[in-house]
Design a protein around this ligand. Sequence first.
Ligand code: MG
Ligand code: MG
Length: 253
Amino acid sequence: MGSAILLKTPAEMEIMREANQIVGAALKMLADRVAPGVTTLQLDEWAETFARDHGSEPAFKGYHGFPGSLCVSLNEQVVHGIPSKKVVLKDGDIVSIDFGVRYKGYYGDSAVTLPVGELPGPLSKLLTVTRESLYRGIEQVRVGNRINDISKAVQQHVEAHGFSVVRQFVGHGIGVNLHEPPEIPNYSRNEQSPRLLPGMVLAIEPMVNLGKYEVKVLADGWTVVTKDRKPSAHFEHSVAVTENGPLILSEVA
Ligand code: MG
Ligand code: MG
């Protein structure tokens, strides 16, 4: 990937809206089916079928060799969990599902963390605060603001509630590539960050840990877990920068 931020025309933006609507609708379908007893491979198969039935391809399958169509990350897993028929959802789990499609040459990308059955209070709060932090970030998507305004808003909300923000993985631009410049950290870096311009499309994706922020990658080469093995949540939307403010492409009515 080059370093230039690619701006999208209104016509490209419309295709990206359609791509992201497929992703959003897939996540909604999966949310209705998440329940104790369901395997993470079943979720993956439902997601892939949904993508293909809607004229798109699952974007993650084969991406740098990822084996699934859906990233499914349970509890202390942060992101990039591999779907498996051996992993069965159970009451009290939290499950992060991250999905992407390629549609007419453009990508969509969105994620949610869902409760399986009833959650204890602190876990429920982790999900609420992570989702809220995504929307705090999205509120900063204004022409003239900088990427760092998004980062700061996410970090402040998360840390005000005593949780921590993952540093090692960040959000990204999206378009004809799944990952494009700019990087969108969920914490403030001491550096000048790009200004937001109309036509940018940003995948904003806070990853928030109940405990400390450090993470590591498991021996499978993919699954990212918290070092302290405490739970982690992840929410993501693909958002267009417009003269009228943020347009959340992956939000379905
Ligand atoms: Mg994603
Ligand atoms: Mg993403």
